[in-house]
Design a protein around this ligand. Sequence first.
Ligand code: HEC
Ligand code: HEC
Ligand code: HEC
Ligand code: HEC
Ligand code: HEC
Ligand code: HEC
Length: 435
Amino acid sequence: MYIEIRTLSEKFGKFFLTATLLLSFTLAHSQDENVEPAAEETTEETASEGGGSDELIQVGVTVYEENCTQCHRFNSVVVGPALKDAHTRWSSKEELLHFIQYPQKVIDGGENAHAKELYDQYKQYMPNHDFLSDNELEGLYAFIVAESTNPFHEVEKAEETLASADGSGTGGAGTGVSEEFLMVIIVILIVILLSIIVALTLLMGLMKRFVDSRDDISEEEREYISPGFNLVAMLRSKPFVNTVVLLFVLFALKSGIDGLYSVGIQQGYAPTQPINFSHKLHAGMYEIECQYCHTGVTKSKNANIPSANICMNCHNSVKVASPEIQKIYAAVEKNRPIEWVRVHNLPDLAYFNHSQHVAVGELECQTCHGPVEEMEVIQQYSPLTMGWCVNCHRETLVKAEGNEYYDKLMEFHDGENAGMTVEDIGGLECSKCHY
Ligand code: HEC
Ligand code: HEC
Ligand code: HEC
Ligand code: HEC
Ligand code: HEC
Ligand code: HEC
């Protein structure tokens, strides 16, 4: 009997060590991944599944980054729908590619029910992409299929964001996923380890009592049994202490590195506001224009937060009895502004102008602020780092056609915008953004 108890406790010790080592290995490995995304591997896999060659997919990636990312992501709604599995929502490749080229024609044609549904939902036409070549269209299709079945592009993007030293990035989906997954694995492992400890302790107690109740075991044998199971000694043993220390150091290192990358970045910041004001309700359900409340957005540097008087246009008759609305009344009566907590906050050294982007650049609010009309509580959607501003200026074409601000410039270009980005009009000059 005592032999069995000994082997059991030895086995337990070994198992515990293996499990902790496994745990620390998972942790260490996850760090490697962050530093060196295994780009080539994944792309190859995707190509074989997605039915397009690497080259073709690469063409698609380029077209997508140049023409589509201001409105689309794969896993989230931006201005247009999430593109994941888009190919499955159309009856054929030709139909989908035709839609991408001539969305308005397809929608207005009224024969395609899915296109009509999309329009009813998004209430705006996607611009025509009739300038894309057949090869570029094929590339887009291959990329959509590949990214849907085996995402590589946006995951890579997120990893680049993590790895790039200036903390730049375009913001958006993907960053948190692998981390959450890792946490789940760790928690599961810890739970398993703890339950094993509990089960074994119970079992040991039981067996010990059984042994104690027998009188055919000699004193010598008894002595041999008790040190066989000594939890305290095991917890104090060198290998155990070492693994715990190792784990602790790895954890500290990881959170330290994560912390460094996000110093000063408040992406996702969503403070509690003094009044439970919902954009989802006002801008989403009731479709009140952003400009109705943010009156400065097309005319000046600042978008403005609406004064209580603007709320009163409606709330002197809507939901008057609600305690939240009563707070608006109180503010008006005391002639004191509502103390909204500011969400977005560029440092003073940077200059950002809304009308430049919204009126002249013709950008949608959602490009920078995300799907505000779905937010119950408003939050900071983009990182607002210098890298974020600069990246967009490198990638975005100036909307010069039919834009009176550019009439002069266009005369030199025969009325066509041959790939002129914000960078080309001086959007990367330090003095444009810094006082
Ligand atoms: C200015 C914003 C905008 C740009 C740029 C844009 N789209 Fe769209 N896209 C939309 C909107 C809005 C819809 C919804 C349909 C509609 O109302 O026209 C849409 C719909 C789609 C759909 C259908 C999705 C589905 O669920 O079936 C696909 C596919 C698509 N876009 C692909 C692209 C591609 C590829 C590009 C780049 C070449 C692109 N879009 C560029 C706004 C845009
Ligand atoms: C009915 C009025 C109203 C409408 C319509 C409205 N907003 Fe707002 N918005 C507010 C108020 C009030 C606040 C401040 C309270 C808060 O943060 O929730 C605010 C805050 C914001 C902020 C954060 C400001 C900060 O502190 O940094 C953004 C960004 C924003 N709105 C964008 C939008 C966009 C985009 C739309 C259109 C889709 C929109 N809003 C429509 C009233 C409105
Ligand atoms: C254009 C009209 C309009 C404007 C302007 C407007 N609201 Fe509203 N608001 C509504 C409507 C409609 C409802 C929904 C009432 C209902 O649920 O029956 C609502 C609901 C609310 C609610 C939820 C009340 C509750 O108890 O359910 C709050 C809080 C609120 N609004 C705050 C504000 C604030 C703050 C402003 C000013 C920044 C504002 N609203 C401006 C139309 C407006
Ligand atoms: C090119 C990106 C971009 C676009 C497009 C954009 N914003 Fe902003 N928005 C910002 C930045 C950056 C800030 C932070 C400004 C600061 O702190 O000085 C901001 C701040 C705000 C604020 C806080 C108050 C203020 O003026 O600083 C509101 C409200 C707001 N935006 C609303 C809107 C609305 C409504 C639209 C669309 C009509 C819009 N924004 C379009 C980037 C953008
Ligand atoms: C989503 C893309 C986008 C983002 C993000 C963005 N911008 Fe811009 N920006 C533009 C476009 C497009 C224009 C060109 C507008 C025009 O036609 O003049 C522009 C123009 C400008 C200009 C004028 C440049 C010139 O040469 O006249 C300044 C200054 C500027 N942006 C500052 C910023 C700052 C600061 C940020 C970050 C806080 C920022 N932008 C983020 C798209 C963006
Ligand atoms: C398109 C706009 C834009 C351009 C162009 C730009 N910056 Fe910036 N810069 C910003 C913004 C926005 C911030 C604030 C970002 C933050 O707090 O993370 C910033 C921050 C900085 C900071 C402070 C960094 C810190 O950690 O506080 C320095 C230094 C700086 N920029 C230098 C430059 C220099 C030098 C150039 C020219 C080569 C330049 N910037 C061009 C937008 C720009």
